[in-house]
Design a protein around this ligand. Structure first.
Ligand SMILES: NC(=O)c1ccc[n+]([C@@H]2O[C@H](COP(=O)([O-])OP(=O)(O)OC[C@H]3O[C@@H](n4cnc5c(N)ncnc54)[C@H](OP(=O)(O)O)[C@@H]3O)[C@@H](O)[C@H]2O)c1
Length: 298
């Protein structure tokens, strides 16, 4: 598996696994451990989390599995996020969902993530969404304290556009290492709003969330022409599924995009890894773009 360097000391596997849906997979701790080990055998060592996933339960489910084999910790990189506060049992009395990038919230959620994940250090912490009330000086204070205490190695953002990325970066004494965005043929906006370009300019690898549009690629009627085109290209490359062609489309982009696989089925994860062996031609890349947008380039 190809490795992508984020800094001199930290690299991610080119294909990442995302744990958003972990609570839905109905696995016991041993099965969760086996799933993580199978990912590692395929070369996927980077796992994506957020404090809120599964209604604040997924980090704990992952940590429970890690506890069964603590030596796995040294073989993997853990990414997690904070900055969203959801209503529910975890936040009693809270009346609506909102963003919180205060120093206090970041620090307390990191303590919780470390506890839940059963680890001593988070490899990369992301601010989950741009917070209109973000005070970048305060976020910087939190990041510096977390780095100095050794609780977090590196920091990044998610769903940020160039203005919010630049604003936070302007207050930090070190470089943000990634932006995690929804990127796929079904979600093209960040290819067009400058977000991908800014990361490319900074040579900052991107993480692509919901690369299969959360599974709706396979179901929704309006994706039928795109599915047809992906199937045609899949046949040409003798690939195991149209999902592999979508991952290959992301992998071809020169900005260095790391797809986050969201499936709880190891065969589908394997298909994602197989995409690393698929080399789409420039023409095929544009065939997919055309099928996704429903129009030719100008
Ligand atoms: N930063 C953010 O704001 C943000 C937002 C959303 C997600 N994320 C991250 O991105 C990761 C991936 O997102 P995602 O889960 O939405 O990814 P995705 O790959 O777009 O969607 C995964 C869903 O598609 C289904 N699926 C996969 N292959 C399929 C196939 N061949 N046929 C039918 N269904 C198929 C999966 O079901 P099975 O499990 O049954 O295969 C799963 O329900 C998340 O785990 C999370 O880490 C980040």
């Amino acid at each position: 598996m190809q490795r992508i360097a984020l800094t001199e000391e930290l690299s991610f596997s080119r294909v990442i696994h995302g744990m958003w849906r972990l609570a839905e997979w109905d696995m016991n701790p041993q099965e969760r451990l086996e799933f993580i080990e199978q990912c590692i055998e395929l070369g996927i060592t980077t796992f994506d989390h957020a404090d809120i996933y599964g209604g604040y339960t997924c980090e704990g489910l992952f940590g429970e599995a890690l506890k069964l084999k603590p030596s796995l910790r040294d073989q993997i990189e853990i990414v997690t996020k904070t900055g969203i506060k959801l209503t529910g049992d975890y936040n009693p009395g809270q009346k609506l969902n909102y963003y919180d990038t205060s120093k206090e919230h970041i620090l307390s959620q990191v303590e919780r993530s470390l506890r839940e994940l059963n680890i001593e250090q988070i490899d990369t912490l992301l601010i989950h969404r741009p917070d209109p009330l973000m005070n970048p000086d305060e976020v910087a204070e939190a990041f510096i304290a977390l780095r100095e205490s050794g609780k977090v190695r590196e920091f990044g953002i998610s769903n940020h556009v160039p203005s919010t990325q630049n604003l936070l970066q302007s207050r930090l004494p070190f470089q943000l290492v990634t932006n995690q965005l929804e990127l796929s043929p079904m979600q093209l906006k960040h290819f067009e709003d400058g977000s991908v370009d800014l990361c490319h300019e900074k040579r900052m690898p991107l993480m692509a969330w919901s690369p299969l549009a959360g599974g709706s690629l396979f179901k929704e009627e309006h994706y039928a022409p795109l599915r047809e085109k992906l199937e045609e290209i899949r046949t040409r490359h003798d690939a195991s599924g149209i999902d592999a062609i979508v991952y290959a489309w992301l992998l071809k982009h020169p900005a260095t995009i790391l797809p986050i696989i969201g499936s709880g089925k190891i065969d589908r994860v394997r298909t994602g890894v197989d995409a690393l062996n698929i080399e789409l031609s420039r023409e095929e890349w544009f065939e997919i773009l055309k099928a996704a947008r429903g129009r030719d380039v100008d």
